[in-house]
Design a protein around this ligand. Structure first.
Ligand code: TXA
Ligand code: MG
Length: 327
């Protein structure tokens, strides 16, 4: 039983209350199928500023605006290329964010002064219900980054949100508890402002799925100098625990690998996924657990690159990189 005043259930009444609270300028952390988001009214500058304070995030990093329909997206964007409409038709609601040319209503405090805006229609029923209730009040969209401290591991449960940011929340902010996130890693981000789509951050909507839908996809570009995607920064998604890629763990180390890998003696097993989907679902939870029990290092065996495996490898490599310059 969760006793903190921040936790809210997710009944229809709870969701209405949370939407009203958002509309009044408070923050509401909520579940999506990828990870938990820290939400604010995307039209309210003061509320959005608080997201940055709570996360300790640099203010020039743009936020994703979550909406409940293509019609609602129209408020925030000025033009949508045909291929983006096709992607949206196939993969929304779902774990995909499209970067589009912004309208004059997507202000600098959302876009980090860029002329583009990130939009997502999430597939999680609680997120959609919250967006519907918010829209019924007259709201246009909910800005929500992952509900973690900047550079840390995204939360995939309400408890993980509490652990990350509760110290910075105000007495009228809320955490909507919707259990564990299904997917467990952040959405696929696709830049749709150029002739062909560009993959900025891989996710559960895989390269193959995007190509099936639109073809002509430019491969994953690690850094696009004109666009700021914090996932492309070196130190990211990092637990305090050092992440070692592959190899045999030694006594006292953590270990995360597919179920067929045996656990050597005196090694702490942190996850044994049976497939790539389970791998993604369990990964951040294992990072968090490693920190909770004070492990200094853990070995993670990379999955294969197909499907969501490509995105999982991206997150593990970043988590491992992120440790190089930390004493
Ligand atoms: O799965 C997700 O995408 C989650 C859930 C809550 O929706 N959100 C999420 O947000 O991961 P965040 O802020 O932690 O990561 C979104 C990334 C950031 O690195 C941000 O810089 C990038 O998307 N982004 C947002 N708007 C952008 C834009 N206009 N151009 C380029 N990158 C953008
Ligand atoms: Mg994030």
């Amino acid at each position: 039983m969760k006793t903190s005043k921040f936790f809210s259930g997710s009944s229809a009444e709870d969701i209405d209350r949370a939407a009203k609270s958002l509309f009044e300028g408070n923050l509401v952390a909520f579940p999506t199928e990828t990870v938990y988001g820290l939400g604010a009214d995307a039209s309210n500058e003061d509320a959005v500023k608080r997201i940055y304070q709570v996360k300790d995030r640099p203010v020039d990093h743009p936020l994703i605006v979550h909406v409940n329909s293509m019609q609602a997206m129209g408020h925030w964007v000025s033009s949508v290329p045909e291929y983006a409409t096709e992607l949206a038709r196939v993969y929304w609601p779902g774990p995909m964010t499209l970067i589009l040319k912004r309208s004059c209503l997507a202000k600098d405090f959302i876009t980090g002064h860029q002329d583009t805006v990130g939009i997502r229609i999430p597939g999680h029923p609680i997120a959609l219900a919250l967006l519907d209730a918010f829209s019924n009040l007259g709201g246009h969209g909910i800005a929500a980054p992952s509900a973690n401290k900047f550079g840390q591991v995204s939360p995939t449960s309400a408890d993980a949100v509490f652990e990350e940011i509760s110290q910075k929340l105000g007495s009228t902010d809320l955490i909507l508890d919707g259990g564990e996130c299904d997917i467990g890693i952040e959405s696929t981000i696709i830049d749709c402002t150029t002739e062909n789509p560009i993959l900025l951050r891989p996710g559960a909507i895989s390269v193959g799925m995007i190509q099936d839908s639109v073809g002509n996809l430019l491969e994953y570009e690690k850094s696009n100098t004109s666009v700021r995607t914090s996932g492309s920064f070196e130190r990211h998604y990092s637990p305090r625990c050092k992440i070692i890629i592959g190899g045999t763990p030694v006594e006292g180390e953590g270990y995360f690998a597919m179920i067929e890998y045996e656990t050597p003696k005196d090694v702490i097993r942190l996850g044994s996924p049976r497939n790539a989907d389970e791998f993604a679902h369990l990964l951040y939870k294992s990072f968090r657990r490693a920190d909770q029990i004070g492990l200094k290092s853990m070995v993670v065996e990379l999955p294969t690159t197909d499907g969501i495996g490509f995105a999982i490898r991206d997150r593990i490599l970043k988590a491992a990189n992120g440790r190089h310059d930390i004493p």
